[in-house]
Design a protein around this ligand. Structure first.
Ligand code: FES
Ligand SMILES: [Fe+2]
Length: 263
């Protein structure tokens, strides 16, 4: 039997535009907290994880550090997030999931917070509801985008593809374009036009169209960084961007993209 929860001071419910599997994938994805939810979390350090959930040390933007654990409830579409240390220690945020269609899931979140008197409960509860509204808005955007990316795999490129992006003098980089059903960004890096895959190779996050001063892009979902010229990870990970076209400016002044066949 689960231990008794502290009193529930507020309840938040919504329907999320994501399948039950997509929502569970998001729940187990601890790594996105300080990136997708940058206004709510400053950093995260994983302590343990498994099919049961995960446990991590989390820094809040204002400074305090918490240790939290997300644990699936056995045999239920539900999980509890318990604060083991730091502000709000002993709090349990209990979430139930219920599919309402193939691509929709009802989410019910109960905020069980110890030591809150009746006078303060409404205000503290409203704060949690407002925080979780924002977190689930951000999560829903990622769940939808990830599902779309996973269901729209571009077909293999069997022969060389070319695109005329137009007169170079008439538009400024960065620019985004499609070739062979794949989406790319192009910008000038070190005076040269460079194109790179718009989808992050980690989990399909939307890479930015503007590299930083070192020619790198940072994915907004989990903070992985890539060098757009080499396509390699720029943060000591071992990932590579998807293949990208080479760009040339022809004698007619047009910028052209050429993507060779997949091998
Ligand atoms: S999708 Fe995870 S870092 Fe890009
Ligand atoms: Fe999230």
């Amino acid at each position: 039997m689960s231990p008794a929860l502290p009193p529930r001071i507020a309840l938040y419910e919504r329907t999320v535009a994501g399948s039950l599997a997509g929502v569970w994938e998001n729940v187990h994805d601890w790594e996105h907290l300080p990136w997708l939810h940058a206004s709510s979390f400053a950093s995260i350090a994983l302590l343990d994880s498994g099919d049961w959930g995960w446990r991590a040390r989390v820094d809040l933007p204002a400074g305090p550090e918490l240790e939290i654990e997300l644990r699936k409830r056995d045999g239920e579409q539900a999980y509890d997030v318990t604060t083991h240390s730091g502000p709000g220690v002993g709090s349990v945020i209990a979430t139930r999931l219920a599919p309402t269609g193939p691509d929709t899931t009802h989410v019910e979140v109960g905020f069980h917070i110890p030591g809150i008197g009746n006078d303060a409960a409404a205000g503290v509860g409203a704060g949690f509801v407002s925080l979780y509204t924002r977190l689930w808005d951000e999560d829903e955007g990622m769940i939808i985008a990830r599902a779309e990316a996973e269901t729209h795999d571009a077909p293999p490129v069997s022969q060389s593809l070319q695109a005329d992006l137009g007169p170079r003098s008439e538009f400024g980089l960065p620019v985004s374009f499609e070739l062979g059903g794949r989406r790319f960004h192009a910008a000038e890096v070190g005076g040269q036009p460079v194109a790179w895959a718009a989808a992050c190779p980690h989990r399909h996050g939307p890479l930015p169209d503007t590299p930083d001063s070192e020619g790198c892009v940072l994915c907004p979902w989990h903070g992985y960084r890539f060098d757009v010229r080499s396509g390699r990870s720029a943060d000591e990970r071992n990932l590579f961007l998807g293949r990208a076209p080479t760009l040339t400016v022809g004698d007619d002044g047009h910028l052209r993209a050429r993507l060779g066949p997949d091998r």
